[in-house]
Design a protein around this ligand. Structure first.
Ligand code: APR
Length: 276
């Protein structure tokens, strides 16, 4: 899904050079604090790695869904009642575990950056809804791959809050249907091969181009169009930093690279900035 080509977004005047040369010799974490300090239009781009500390496996790690191969196929789901019943039975069985999942210190640190007026947007590839649950203004969170906080009607696209639907499943419903037209409901997430929600992608592109720092957290940066957003921000003059447990194929394009755990690193970062 190509990123829409809206007019290049000029970056507003700032009191410091936006794209910092990498200062060798300083510890990566200290460079992270240095590059964040003084930024006022930080945009976070998050991946599954910010949620593993909440108990959700990432995609390409040893327990990841790509490793275990449990990805749904939409065409089978749409035509096969057995597939749909198995899908909803899975939700029923996992419901207690799912509702127990909470935001972690990494999510909370980003909320502190937003409340301090330093972070303008969170662009996330995650479908877990944990950024909104952590306390961000919902309109500042762009869920590129949708969210499991909603289910969508296969026929008319109407979105239904997941809580209500899952309560009906727990009460014995085996195939929840759209209350408007009676068609089957499907996940509110974007499955592989599907187009991303165009307005969300457009807003994310504008936010990336308007940022003065793109801060990537917990992503392998192997899936587009998300993986192209740091380059867009850099081209528009932003500095870039990544916090990730493992090296990524794009590390060399970042001004600052920190290999470490997202939660503790982000908590230390906001503490170093004096944000309570
Ligand atoms: N702290 C920091 N980094 C972490 C942590 C952690 N606690 N846990 C995992 N990571 C890192 C991993 O090392 C990995 O590089 O986070 C990255 C997660 O990468 P992926 O599992 O590939 O997840 P993501 O980048 O979000 O995948 C993008 O692919 O399957 C699709 O739609 C799916 O949104 C997903 C997209």
């Amino acid at each position: 899904m190509p990123i829409e080509s809206d007019p290049p977004h000029g970056s507003a005047m700032t009191d410091r050079p936006l794209s910092e040369p990498r200062q060798e010799g300083t510890a990566p974490f200290d460079r992270l604090v240095e590059i964040v300090r003084g930024r006022r239009r930080i945009v976070a781009l998050t991946g599954a790695g910010i949620s593993t500390e909440s108990g959700i496996p990432d995609y390409r790690g040893p327990q990841g869904v790509w490793t275990t191969g449990k990805l749904p196929r939409l065409d089978d789901f749409a035509t096969n009642p057995e597939t749909r019943r198995a899908y909803w039975a899975g939700w029923r069985d996992r419901y207690p575990e799912l509702v127990a999942i909470q935001p972690n210190e990494g999510h909370r640190a980003l909320v502190r950056l937003e409340r301090a007026g330093l972070l303008t947007a969170v662009i996330t590839q995650n479908i877990d809804g944990l950024h909104i649950a952590a306390g961000h203004e919902p309109e500042r969170v762009m869920e590129l791959h949708g969210s499991r906080r909603w289910f969508r009607c296969l026929a008319n696209g109407h979105m239904w809050p997941a809580g209500e639907i899952l309560e009906s499943v727990r009460a014995g419903e085996t195939e929840p249907a759209c209350a408007i037209c009676g068609s089957p409901l499907r996940s509110g997430t974007v499955l592989f091969g599907e187009a991303l929600p165009p307005d969300t992608l457009r807003r994310a592109t504008v936010a990336a181009r308007d940022s003065d720092l793109m801060l990537v957290i917990g992503s392998s940066l192997v899936v587009n169009p998300a993986a192209r957003l740091p380059g867009l921000a850099r081209t528009a003059g932003a500095a870039t930093a990544i916090v990730n447990r493992e090296p990524t194929g794009l590390d060399d394009t970042f001004d600052v690279v920190v290999h470490g755990e997202a939660g503790p690193t982000l908590s230390r970062l906001v503490a170093s900035l004096g944000l309570s």
